[in-house]
Design a binder for this molecule. Structure first.
Ligand SMILES: C[S@@+](CC[C@H](N)C(=O)[O-])C[C@H]1O[C@@H](n2cnc3c(N)ncnc32)[C@H](O)[C@@H]1O
Length: 232
């Protein structure tokens, strides 16, 4: 577990997201300089959901990550444990999208229910990464797909050092001004710094029982998209 995962109880994490829910999407766009839209397109391409598919978007928050999976006619379940985030999402309903309250550590779905499962910018916030990856495996049908989109680390060391300075000094300052919630965005910076690098996350995915893990860096490694398959 990372330090950020150890420092925060699940109830504190969900309360923190409840508090930022109203401004969450606005801040995402501002802090990523709009890059989040591009990252989400890559994730939707990796999931490749087609009409008739059922996709689970875990830690879906307001459902911004989920909407892209329904454009070709697939249905998507957006699951999160912050009722505040779900409420904001459900205020903009979409025909193929269903919001469900649930904990990543004990998912309220039957075994093998989904063709694909995905998490965008949420696995880092879950208290036990291994347990969440095992729960995702359980609810995926044999041969189904996992796609994880998460902040990561820049392979070039000097660039990564600069990026860490941005995370520590600039991001919390800007976020504090825009959101008025210092705690949430100090935690964001800390949780990104502590998160395992690309290769280590791939090893954890394999440990949880997934096969054929690959990853792709976006924006020089600021974000990494990992993919894997449930054994058939
Ligand atoms: C940074 S937001 C990501 C939201 C969305 N996926 C996106 O891309 O914008 C992280 C989400 O993870 C959720 N989360 C953290 N731990 C969770 C858990 N154990 N079970 C369900 N959701 C969880 C939080 O409530 C929050 O909405």
């Amino acid at each position: 577990m990372t330090r950020a995962q150890l420092d925060k109880q699940p109830a504190e994490v969900s309360a923190m997201f409840d508090k930022v829910a109203d401004r969450y999407d606005l801040l995402n766009d501002a802090l990523s300089l709009g890059m989040d839209r591009l990252w989400r397109k890559v994730v939707a391409g990796a999931v490749g959901a087609e009409a008739g598919d059922l996709v689970l978007d875990l830690a879906a928050g307001t459902g911004t990550s989920s909407r892209a999976f329904t454009t070709a006619g697939a249905r998507c379940v957006a699951c999160d444990f912050s009722l505040g985030m779900l409420r904001v999402g459900a205020s903009q309903p979409a025909p193929l999208l269903r919001f469900v309250a649930g904990d990543a550590l004990a998912l309220p779905f039957r075994d093998g229910a989904f063709r694909a499962v995905t998490v965008s910018f949420g696995l880092r916030n879950v208290a036990d990464t291994g347990q969440a990856l095992r729960e995702l495996l359980r609810v995926t049908r044999p041969g189904g797909k996992l796609v994880i989109c998460e902040f990561s680390h820049l392979p070039a060391r000097p660039l990564n050092a600069l990026y860490e300075q941005y995370l520590t000094r600039v991001l919390p300052l800007v976020a504090r001004r825009l959101s008025g919630n210092a705690e949430a965005y100090d935690y964001l910076a800390e949780s990104i710094r502590d998160w395992p690098a690309q290769r280590e996350l791939a090893a954890r995915i394999v440990e949880a029982g997934w096969l054929a893990v690959t990853w792709k860096n976006l924006s020089l490694g600021v974000v990494a998209v990992h993919q894997a398959r449930r054994p058939g």
